[in-house]
Structures are given as structure tokens and as C-alpha cells.
Design a protein around this ligand. Structure first.
Ligand code: AKB
Length: 315
């Protein structure tokens, strides 16, 4: 039986991952933590603890209290926010990761943390970016992600901690909105399509980035954590993505449901520069070969599901 600690459990990935883990492994076996209490704390859905991930003692005490054997460390600042406050980002992203890895080492727990397409930089091959390639990112977020991948490798090689990870693309979901990311436009566009039938994109026309629906992301995490360790050559971190798209692709897909939907542009130079330093599309062959990664949602599937569910949410 697993006892799983999730940090950043109220965030974009955490809120849906926690719910899925509770369905799969039992409600009382998944300990949700975040820096703040949820607005409507529902004790019946499973344990919740307030946790600042930069406090290693507190993380250790909570992990020990619940006899944790798996840590899923999600608490982190996303790319655009990290660029606005690089020192804080370093302290939170790297300090939090180091603490979580230390607790995993002390408790002999299995470990997951996400890396990102942000771990690549302007010198990385842009199309079908290989699993193993040049990684010289120019953002603080990217620096954190590359360092994080290396630190997870180090904890595996040096201490035998069963660390695993993926490089996520932009994640799209109707449940919890992302905050402070470069790919956030791909979520905002659906909200605005329903609210105003119009969206002004902060990412420029023609800027391709990889994307994936949250359901596929959650399935990928669980599949990777359950994968046979003997097959894993690339523990930290596997390229994963479902499709590559630019704002006009989202427009065309939304117009299949809302024909008069309009898209215009007011490009944010900070986020545009970050987006241009990231790959157009990444190659996920290692994830496919080593643990059968197979996303289900195409862009049109995502559009249909987002519009259907957001319509209910916004009603
Ligand atoms: C961001 O835009 O910062 C994230 C990511 C791709 O890591 N969504």
C-alpha cells in the first residue's frame, strides 16, 4: 500500500493529480500539502497539511507522521513569475527540491518531480528536440529545471533514491488555472472564447510550443511511477508532449465550435522571449520506448473537452 505526499497540491497539476491518486490508492493514503489551506477544506477527501517546502524540518515531520513512501514534489514557481523574481525562484525551486529529495532519502521514498520544456534553451535543436541534447536555458526557471534534473540524477546515482521525472510541455486544464507560466495563453484562450468570443494573445502569431491535456499528464505521472525500473534509462527527465501548436491553431480549433471567435495579439516581450527560446516540438521516443507513454488527446479533443466543461463551470 502506498502513502503518497504531494507538495503544491492546490496548484494546476497538484489539484488533479491528488484527486486521481486518491481514487487509485485510497483517500487516506494521499497527503495533500500546500503553502495555504484550501478555501473549502473537505476533510473527507483525505488528509491536508499546510507546508512551506523551504522548511525541511516541517516536510520531514509531515512525511514521518504519515509514514510516507512516495513523494510527488510539485511546488514551484513557473517560468514568467520566476523571471520577475529570480532570487525568490532559486530559493523556492531549488531549496524546495533539495529538501524534498533529502526527505525522500531519509525515508527511502520513491520520488517524482516535473521538469519542463523550459529546461531547453535557444541553442537546443528546435524541432523534434532529442531526449539527450544541449541544455543551456536563458531563464531562471530553465536554470532551476536543468539543475533539478541533475540533482535528481545525483540522488539516484549517489544515494539510490528512486527518482523519476518528465519534461512537461504547456498543460491545459479546466479545473485549476495555471499561474505565471509562458504557455498559460493556451488555457486563457478557452475561458475568453466562452466569456467574450475573443482573445488577445500575449504570445505572438506563429510561436509553436508543445502542449498536453492534463488528463494525459496525470496518466503519464502515474504510469512512469509504476514503470519497471529496469527499463528506465532516462529517469530524470523524459520528454513528454501530445501536440505542438501556435495561437492560430487554437483559433482554428475553437472556431469549429464557435465560428465567430476572434483572436488578436498584444505580445508580452518577456513571455515571448521565453517562448522563442523553447523548442517548437520535442521528441518523446524515450518515454514511448521505456514506459509506453501514449497521450490520448489531440488539439481538437482538448478543445471539445475544454469548451464542454468550461461551459458548465462558468454557467
Ligand atoms: C510554463 O509555461 O512556465 C510551464 C512550463 C512549460 O513549464 N507551463
Amino acid at each position: 500500500m502506498k502513502n503518497i505526499l504531494v507538495t503544491g497540491a492546490l496548484g494546476q497539476i497538484g489539484s488533479e493529480l491528488t484527486a486521481q491518486l486518491r481514487e487509485t490508492y485510497g483517500h487516506s493514503n494521499v497527503i495533500a500539502t500546500d503553502i495555504r489551506k484550501p478555501e473549502n477544506l473537505d476533510d473527507t477527501s483525505g488528509p491536508f497539511e499546510v507546508l512551506d517546502v523551504t522548511d525541511e524540518r516541517a516536510m520531514h515531520d509531515i512525511a514521518k507522521k504519515y509514514n510516507v513512501d512516495t513523494i510527488m514534489h510539485l511546488a514551484a514557481l513557473l517560468s514568467a513569475k520566476a523571471e520577475n523574481n529570480p532570487q525568490f525562484a532559486w530559493n523556492l525551486n531549488m531549496g524546495g527540491l533539495m529538501n524534498a529529495l533529502e526527505v525522500a532519502r531519509e525515508l527511502d521514498a520513491q520520488f517524482f518531480t516535473p521538469s519542463s520544456i523550459g529546461a531547453f534553451g535557444p541553442n537546443t535543436p528546435k524541432d523534434l528536440t532529442p531526449q539527450d541534447t544541449m541544455q543551456r536555458p536563458m531563464t531562471m526557471y530553465g536554470v532551476n529545471k536543468v539543475a533539478g534534473e541533475l540533482l535528481c540524477d545525483y540522488y539516484y546515482n549517489r544515494f539510490g533514491v528512486d527518482t523519476r521525472g518528465v519534461r512537461f510541455p504547456g498543460l491545459i486544464s479546466y479545473v485549476t488555472e495555471p499561474g505565471g507560466g509562458t504557455t498559460d495563453y493556451a488555457v486563457e484562450i478557452y475561458y475568453e472564447a466562452l466569456k467574450q468570443n475573443k482573445y488577445t494573445s500575449f504570445i505572438g502569431k506563429g510561436t509553436q510550443m508543445d502542449m498536453m491535456y492534463m488528463q494525459d499528464a496525470i496518466d503519464a505521472i502515474i504510469q512512469l511511477m509504476e514503470a519497471n525500473p529496469e527499463r528506465l534509462q532516462h529517469r530524470n527527465a523524459f520528454n513528454v508532449a501530445a501536440f505542438s501548436a501556435e495561437p492560430e491553431d487554437f483559433k482554428r480549433s475553437i472556431q469549429k465550435h464557435l465560428p465567430s471567435f476572434e483572436l488578436d495579439y498584444e505580445v508580452d516581450p518577456v513571455r515571448q522571449k521565453i517562448a522563442e527560446s523553447w523548442p517548437n516540438s520535442i521528441d518523446c521516443i524515450a518515454a514511448k520506448e521505456e514506459w509506453e507513454f501514449k497521450p490520448k488527446f489531440s488539439l481538437d479533443d482538448v478543445t471539445e473537452d475544454m469548451l464542454t466543461n468550461l461551459k458548465k463551470k462558468l454557467a
